[in-house]
Each structure stands twice: as structure tokens, then as C-alpha cells.
Design a protein around this ligand. Structure first.
Ligand SMILES: [Zn+2]
Length: 275
């Protein structure tokens, strides 16, 4: 669930270290020769790319986020969890008809996967969700978001657990997203498309500044910014939420930046298609 969406667990400290990581990267980022070369990579001469992603299939996304995206003409990626959204299936079908990407976030959103192995995760969570999406949305989901941002599967040391999860995802997905880290450079995406970093701009507080810094860094690096939202609500209640006002302000930043804004599957296709 949103309140525990962290990379590798350890809720508060992970949030702190994520901010620290971003700070280090921000300090280290400097304009270079490569920057000019990268600028032409994205469509329409855009200097960087942004994917707007929404996790868990929450009612507030239907009520508030989708109308705002549609007003602005933005196509986003919705990582659906069947148990959260099945009751609103007809509404989600309309979302897909509007051109938004429908993607896989498992059936039940398990976070701690130590009790799973590759086979049980596939048969209980990944394959049934893919079938559900094919059945009701008419296409195979090709992007995945790790529930809670946890990237380890089964038993063993972290290296073994990460490798096991990636090996499983490689069969069905072009790209997979965590919830923490700096913007994704094209080189990093090509090296490891199943470990893309997302960024939750309003995770710690309902303010615009973290999102602004993140987008500025993406622009400097010609990178792919992947913003992560959960509930989008009139008033921020805690971790995981974005208020309507702040959500809208972050979308304003995206709009003003002139970034190429597209669903994750479309950006991934672009990166794979160009060498
Ligand atoms: Zn989630």
C-alpha cells in the first residue's frame, strides 16, 4: 500500500536516504558536452522525458487525476492492482479508451515477497493480473511497478533475491519501476530496464519543491523522469498522497518545461528503437 512504498523496506530511513541520494546527484550534476548531444534524442526536440505514473488503481485517481490529465491532454501510466480497482472496472475501461496506459501492479499487492518464489509470484500475482488486463483492456501489459518498491523475491541474499525477480519479469515486461531514485539516463535504462527509478514528489510533504528539483535534474541530464503518485485528494492526509493543488502544480512544471510527456511503455519503445 502507498504508506509502505519504499525501496528495500525500512520505511522512514529509506525515504531519508532517497532524498539524500537525490541531493548528492543534484550536486554532482553539471552541464557537459554530452548534454547537447542528448537533446535531440527525444521527440520534438524535447530536452527530457516525463512519465506520469499512478499506482494501485485508486478511486481518487478516477475522480481527480484522470479528469485533470485529460484536460491537459496528457497520457499517463496506471499501475493497477486488481483487488483495489475491480469494483470500478467500467470506469477504468474508459480511462484506457482515453489513451492512458494500463499496466501491471499485481492482483493483491504483496510487499514482502520472502514467502513467494518465482513460480508462486507468477501464478498468483503476475499472470492472473496480465490475463485480467488482456481480457478487459485488450492488450498485454508490458510495464510493471514493484509493489511497495520492493525488488527482492524469495529467500537468500539481496543479490540473489533481486536477480530472481528480474529473471522472472524479463519474460513478460519491457520495463519495471521502483519508487525511489534519480531520473533515469538513457544509458541506465538500456543497461537495466527492469530497475527504473521512479520518484514520489509529494511523499514526504505536500510541497512542489522536490518535484521541481527532480525535473530540473532530469532536464540537465536529458534523462527520463518518472513521477509516481498514489491518492490524489483535495487535502493531503499523509505519506503517499498528493493534494489536488500540488498535483496540479507539478503538472504545470511538466507543461512549462517542454518535456516530452508520455506513458512508460511509449518512452521505453522510443529508447529501444533508437541506438
Ligand atoms: Zn503500490
Amino acid at each position: 500500500m502507498p504508506q509502505s512504498d519504499h525501496l528495500l523496506g525500512a520505511p522512514r530511513s529509506a525515504a531519508v536516504s532517497r532524498r539524500a541520494l537525490l541531493g548528492v546527484v543534484l550536486l554532482a550534476a553539471a552541464p557537459g558536452v554530452a548534454q547537447a548531444r542528448r537533446r535531440s534524442f527525444w521527440p520534438g526536440g524535447a530536452r527530457f522525458a516525463v512519465s506520469l505514473t499512478y499506482d494501485d488503481g485508486l478511486d481518487s485517481q478516477l475522480q481527480y487525476a484522470v479528469p485533470e490529465l485529460d484536460r491537459r491532454g496528457y497520457k499517463a501510466t496506471f499501475f493497477l492492482t486488481e483487488e483495489n480497482m475491480a469494483a470500478r472496472l467500467p470506469d477504468w475501461e474508459v480511462v484506457a479508451q482515453h489513451g492512458h496506459e494500463i499496466a501491471n501492479h499485481t492482483v493483491h499487492h504483496p510487499c514482502d515477497l520472502r514467502k513467494f518464489d518465482a513460480r508462486s509470484l507468477e501464478t498468483r500475482e503476475l499472470a492472473p493480473m496480465a490475463r485480467f488486463i488482456r481480457q478487459y483492456f485488450g492488450r498485454q501489459p508490458r510495464t510493471f511497478a514493484y509493489p511497495c518498491g520492493f525488488i527482492g523475491l524469495g529467500q537468500g541474499d539481496n543479490h540473489t533475491r533481486f536477480a530472481r525477480y528480474e529473471h522472472l519479469l524479463r519474460h513478460d515486461f519491457l520495463a519495471a519501476r521502483t519508487t525511489a531514485g534519480p531520473p533515469n539516463t538513457i544509458a541506465a535504462v538500456r543497461a537495466d530496464p527492469l530497475r527504473l527509478a521512479g520518484f514520489e514528489p509529494t511523499y514526504d510533504a505536500d510541497v512542489v519543491a522536490p518535484g521541481r528539483r527532480y525535473l530540473e535534474l532530469a532536464e540537465r541530464e536529458g534523462a527520463w523522469a518518472i513521477l509516481v503518485f498514489h491518492d490524489v485528494v483535495p487535502k493531503w492526509r499523509g505519506e503517499g498522497d498528493a493534494s489536488l493543488k500540488t498535483h496540479s502544480a507539478v503538472l504545470d512544471l511538466v507543461e512549462k518545461s517542454g518535456a516530452w510527456c508520455a506513458p512508460m511503455g511509449a518512452v521505453m519503445k522510443r529508447i529501444r528503437g533508437r541506438r
